[in-house]
Design a protein around this ligand. Structure first.
Ligand SMILES: *Cc1c(COP(=O)(O)O)cnc(C)c1O
Length: 383
């Protein structure tokens, strides 16, 4: 039987042909394809300025710089995310302030967020983990009352909605990722949705050495820039994804529904909230992540993953709570600081979910879950 990875990008022949066209065109780095993708994304996000970058990590870092965040400042975020979210805060010289997650949504707990605000707080970085949006109304309310910038780490949530509005079309600064594993991809890449053409101009400078082109053909540099521009090769992949993107996410939602139907409740897995349980938030089902009942199992997560691999099924781990990484421990965080994030990070597994999967692939994963978990349960209803 074919190996079923936890994710796989959907690239069609038309996209491959479009990439080949770019390669033959004589212009392969930032150019017309990037400008076209920026224009298409801007249409998608209500006409707001959109600028591409080589990664969402770069887009997030520039968002912090645009917001004026630097040494001495604090930025509040979640400990349960890809480590890029906190790394960029360190990169600009500021200090991450973690707030534990809501165990139901696995996103930053907005009931605890305000208690973490200090006079040094400059910005919030909410993360839509697995594509489930954080409550945008409460975020805007908290940020407004405390005069904070909101830099949305929407790396995982392109196509998700809050109260019917697509993520990216409302809010302050919104960073999206087009990494190969995300719902929408350019292989590597990302973008920032901005508030004004002035911010967009500064972003353009930051992503390419701070350069401003002058009308007489010369140039000037008035700010320290970096090298985070996207290529037209990558942009052509994204342009090929756009017409199919709604179908991708529809299919992901169908597959998620099938997991909810087919996963055996006797296995004691903690499932993510279903669409009907998330109020105004509508996930794009970037990932489907049950939590293993490890306290009631005779095998650990590593053995579970190996046993699934033996059955031809790829399982991911997204993510260990990042305050326990060595770098963050060296900065003072320790075990027990954020119990919900730690427990989720220790027990989470990512099941295969990507648009080209068949219903029978879900069934196969669910059968393998039963085979591997049921005999390993030490208590409960397993037979
Ligand atoms: C993927 C991801 C990023 C970084 O995106 P890149 O495009 O790989 O730089 C940041 N935050 C989260 C939550 C992500 O999932």
């Amino acid at each position: 039987m074919d190996f079923l990875p936890f994710t796989r990008p959907s690239i069609d022949e038309a996209t491959i042909a479009a990439v080949v066209d770019v390669l033959r065109s004589g212009w392969i780095t930032t150019g017309p394809k990037c400008r076209e993708l920026e224009a298409r994304l801007s249409e998608r996000f209500g006409g707001r300025p959109v600028r591409l970058a080589a990664s969402a990590t770069g887009a997030l870092e520039f968002a912090l710089r645009l917001a004026g965040v630097g040494p001495g400042d604090e930025v509040i975020t979640t400990p349960l995310s890809w480590v890029a979210t906190a790394n960029v805060i360190l990169t600009v010289g500021a200090r991450p302030v973690f707030v534990d997650v809501d165990p139901r949504t696995r996103n930053i707990d907005l009931d605890r967020l305000e208690a973490a605000i200090t006079p040094r707080t400059r910005a919030l970085i909410p993360v839509d983990l697995a594509g489930l949006p954080v409550d945008r109304d409460r975020l805007a309310d908290i940020a407004g009352r405390h005069h904070l910038r909101v830099i949305e780490d929407a790396a995982q949530s392109m196509g998700a909605t809050w109260a019917g509005h697509e993520i990216g079309s409302t809010g302050d600064l919104i960073a999206l990722s087009f990494h190969a594993n995300k719902n929408f991809t350019t292989a590597e890449g990302g973008c920032l949705v901005l508030n004004s053409e002035a911010e967009a101009r500064l972003f353009e400078k930051l992503r390419l050495q701070g350069v401003t082109r002058l009308p007489d053909g010369t140039m000037d540099v008035d700010v320290l820039g970096f090298k985070h521009n996207l290529t037209d090769i990558a942009a052509a992949i994204g342009l090929g994804q756009l017409p199919r993107f709604a179908d991708f996410n529809r299919r992901r939602a169908e597959l998620a529904r099938r997991y909810f139907e087919q996963i055996d409740p006797a296995l004691q897995l903690t499932l993510p909230p279903a669409d009907a349980q998330t109020g105004a938030a509508r996930s794009n089902w970037h990932m489907f992540q049950p939590l293993l009942p490890l306290a009631n199992m005779t095998i650990g997560r590593g053995e579970f993953i190996a046993a699934m691999k033996d059955r031809g099924i790829g399982i991911g781990v997204h993510y260990p709570a990042m305050h326990r990484f060595t770098l963050y421990r060296q900065l003072g965080w320790q075990d027990g600081d954020f119990p919900h994030a730690e427990r989720i990070g220790d027990t989470t597994v990512t099941l295969p979910l990507f648009p080209a999967m068949h219903d029978t692939d879900v069934d196969r994963v669910c059968a393998a879950l039963r085979e591997v978990i049921a005999p390993a349960l030490t208590s409960g209803a397993a037979r």
